[in-house]
Write a protein that binds this ligand. Structure first.
Ligand code: 13P
Length: 244
């Protein structure tokens, strides 16, 4: 059975101006022949210039959201085909910040993922429990329900990556124990429609904790927020993933 691909993915969220393309360029200079996938998902305004700056390099460019429709009267939205046209290869979908800020449900995430996959994008589908849900012992139930409802038909390793991001660990500096990460990743692996789908961990991944997290079985990489903004920090995380 093919092993899941390792992937270090950076989510720049609503951060980054043209001047910050230099961070992506220095990352591409540092990792010329990567032994794992390297991806940066900048804000939409930077997808095309970043894809141009990184053309021919080992660093791929992705997006942070797309609309489920192919095109039409949806002011302010971006279709999957537009992301492909701008140079994106991946798209993050169902991030907890979009679920919270924009009321995105798992069913909407599945519709977006179907559109993105039809356009040829690899979808990084995010799942994760709140602190209240964890404290109530609901973590596995919540995350597995999100998995069941957020994946479109036809999800497989070639078009799908899953990111487990506990909401309480995002941007807080708090990280679950390795046993807690292992418990969720093991449960997810058992329910994947294709066991070769890559499972990323996300939430306060830093250079200092990356090695420990990547040693957990069924962790195939990371979705990194704040520490992906600087090439030096993200580079240390990528090096840790290479070594894992
Ligand atoms: P931080 O790495 O900043 O905690 O963000 C994680 C995240 O939300 C990545 O999508």
């Amino acid at each position: 059975m093919p092993k899941p691909c390792k992937l270090a993915a950076g989510n720049w969220k609503m951060n980054g101006l043209r001047a910050d393309l230099s961070e992506a360029e220095s990352l591409a200079r540092a990792f010329t022949a990567a032994s794992c996938g390297i991806l940066i998902c900048p804000p939409a305004t930077l997808i095309a210039p970043m894809a141009e700056a990184l053309a021919g390099s080992a660093v791929m460019v992705g997006a942070q959201d797309c609309h489920p429709a192919e095109k039409g009267a949806h002011t302010g939205d971006i279709s999957a085909q537009m992301l492909v046209d701008a140079g994106a290869r991946h798209v993050i979908l169902g991030h907890s910040e979009r679920r919270a800020d924009h009321g995105e449900t798992s069913h909407l995430v599945a519709a977006k993922a179907a559109a993105a996959q039809a356009a040829g994008l690899v979808t990084i589908i995010c799942l994760g429990e709140s602190e209240v849900q964890r404290d109530a012992g609901q973590t596995l139930g919540v995350v597995l329900a999100q998995l069941a409802d957020s994946l479109p038909a036809g999800a497989e390793a070639a078009n799908t990556v899953i990111a487990y991001e506990p909401i309480w660990a995002i941007g807080t500096g708090r990280v679950p124990s390795v046993a807690q990460i292992a418990e969720v990743h093991d449960a997810l692996r058992a329910k994947l429609p294709d066991p070769a789908i890559s499972l990323l961990y996300g939430g306060s991944v830093k250079p200092d904790n990356a090695t420990e997290i990547f040693a957990v079985e069924n962790v195939d990489g990371a979705l990194v927020g704040g520490a992906s903004l600087k090439a030096a920090d993200f580079g240390r995380i990528i090096t840790a993933l290479h070594a894992a």
